[in-house]
Design a protein around this ligand. Structure first.
Ligand SMILES: *[C@@H]1O[C@H](CO)[C@@H](O)[C@H](O)[C@H]1NC(C)=O
Ligand SMILES: *[C@@H]1O[C@H](CO)[C@@H](O)[C@H](O)[C@H]1NC(C)=O
Ligand SMILES: *[C@@H]1O[C@H](CO)[C@@H](O)[C@H](O)[C@H]1NC(C)=O
Ligand SMILES: *[C@@H]1O[C@H](CO)[C@@H](O)[C@H](O)[C@H]1NC(C)=O
Ligand SMILES: [Fe+2]
Length: 459
């Protein structure tokens, strides 16, 4: 009897303890094997016609969302970099002319990679566009965002570490049903660097054709991951990000960045800052100085939401890549707290995790505390490297779950951030279950500036 009483006490105690501790999901997921889809699969189909444009993708082309960069590859000859576009289908009344580039990688010669900047667009419109020539021409469309302002609702999708497996396909099929309007991509696109020699470039091409089903119709805001570096001395390729930067441009000049790898845009009611985990970031480096300036550009009365993307998470409790984000965290974290960043999305770890609002900015190397503490001004950190690439799931966590970790689950999936107004956004994480999309986490995100700093009524 006494023993039972003790057990009950122990149970109650563990319950109380769990009230503040995080949750490690015990969900047993079924998944496809972590192998790439065969190259002859229809998701990689080459479009019909001589020199037909392929691997079509778009990204924001300016600071405020009135421009896009449209990119594609022509395989046989340079062809034309012309984009014809207009506000109704079949009526392509405007034109924009871009440029093309090509490169070699080992002995592979790339196709002709076109980048056409289309600007002067109207906000909140559907544009139809046409690229390629004659019978090989192809048609797509995209929607421009509402004008930058505090009352512009918008739904972002978040995808990371995608690769090109059947799990990757499941992720993007689910994302298509989500109503997301722009993808915030947190790095590691194709995983082509898992191959060797010319097979690497073949898998960049197949990934481009795979992602087109979404990327031709809505912008992806790219951030770079370690699989995009491709520093490969064994085959004489030592220029970091050579393939990635040739194929996936970013509007970095619009935010006065010196490199395509870090930049910022404003879209609807969000200010989005993209950082590069693999470029120098310590004091006096370009990325450091640029971020210092860009944070001062943030005007929460125009863009209430401040979102940061990077590849390597700062608050991760998975065995995979544990502590890899510490060096960048120690440099930038106090700024994120000072400027009240709402949410930070990172990838790299092939699983899902969400932190509490915590910070660790009082650490003093000579003395004092060194442990993260609850901090209302701190961002929520979300690790979402769960797109489903060929390296498979990262299923082993640090035990016990650290206090900073609110929820963690080793599954594949994607998320959406549905901004409703300047105070409220709805966040959802969807896991892939047996090919079915399942909502696993959802909560209301209160704006850090309006709800916390301005004490605006946010209930
Ligand atoms: C780029 O394409 C041109 C025209 O086909 C070709 O002459 C040149 O060798 C290519 N350059 C590279 C780096 O592949
Ligand atoms: C970039 O620099 C130009 C010239 O100094 C300035 O007019 C513009 O506002 C800057 N843009 C941003 C986003 O900092
Ligand atoms: C760090 O701790 C030392 C020793 O207590 C103190 O002298 C110094 O001012 C502290 N530095 C900071 C940045 O807090
Ligand atoms: C903001 O959106 C939330 C969620 O949809 C809603 O409950 C709230 O009333 C809205 N606030 C205003 C001021 O419209
Ligand atoms: Fe990574």
């Amino acid at each position: 009897m006494w023993c039972r009483y003790l057990l009950l006490l122990a149970f109650l105690f563990s319950f109380i303890h769990n009230g503040t501790a995080g949750v490690t999901s015990e969900f047993i997921r079924s998944e496809f094997p972590a192998v790439d889809i065969p190259l002859d699969h229809e998701v990689f189909a080459v479009p019909k016609g001589y020199n037909a444009p392929q691997q079509v993708h778009i990204t924001q082309g300016d600071y405020d969302g009135k421009a896009v960069i449209i990119s594609w590859v022509t395989p046989d000859e340079p062809g034309s970099s012309l984009v014809q576009y207009g506000l109704s289908e079949g009526n392509y009344e405007y034109t924009a002319k871009g440029t093309f580039t090509n490169y070699t990688f080992y002995t592979y010669k790339s196709g002709y990679i076109h980048h056409t900047h289309v600007d002067g667009l109207e906000y909140d419109k559907k544009y139809f566009y046409k690229i390629g020539e004659g019978g090989s021409a192809r048609k797509f469309w995209f929607k421009t965002p509402p004008k930058v302002g505090p009352d512009s609702p918008y739904k972002f999708g978040i995808i990371g570490d995608l690769g090109q497996t059947f799990n990757s396909l499941s992720t993007i099929e689910h994302y298509k049903e989500s109503g997301g309007e722009t993808v915030l991509f947190v790095g590691d696109l194709s995983y082509a660097d898992r191959y060797q020699y010319n097979d690497i470039s073949v898998r960049w091409d197949s990934w481009g054709r795979f992602a087109e089903q979404i990327a031709a119709y809505q912008p992806w805001l790219w951030s770079a991951g370690n699989h995009d570096i491709e520093y490969l001395p064994y085959m004489g390729e030592v220029t970091p990000f050579k393939t990635y930067t040739a194929r996936y441009p970013t509007p970095y000049q619009a935010s006065n960045s010196s490199e395509p790898l870090w930049y910022a845009v404003r879209r609807a009611s969000a200010h989005i800052i993209v950082l590069c985990s693999y470029s120098p970031y310590v004091k006096y480096t370009p990325q450091y100085k640029w971020l210092e300036g860009e944070l001062k550009n943030v005007d929460r009365t125009k863009t209430p939401w401040l979102v940061v993307l990077m590849h390597v998470p700062w608050y991760n409790s998975n065995d995979a890549h544990f502590k890899e984000g510490e060096s960048m965290r120690s440099v930038f974290e106090s700024w994120f707290v000072k400027y009240k960043v709402d949410v930070v999305f990172a990838g790299h770890v092939h699983a899902y995790e969400r932190s509490h609002r915590i910070s660790n900015i009082n650490y003093n190397v000579s003395t004092g505390p060194c442990y993260p503490v609850p901090d209302k001004s701190a961002p929520i950190y979300i690790t979402i490297g769960d797109g489903g690439n060929q390296e498979g799931i990262a299923g082993k966590y640090i035990q016990p779950q650290p206090d900073y970790s609110a929820f963690r689950e080793a599954s594949y999936g994607h998320a959406t951030l549905d901004i409703k107004n300047k105070t409220h956004a709805l966040y959802h994480w969807f896991r892939n279950v047996d090919g079915v999309k399942a909502t696993t986490e959802s909560f209301v995100l209160h704006n850090q500036y309006w709800c916390l700093e301005k004490m605006y009524p946010c209930i």
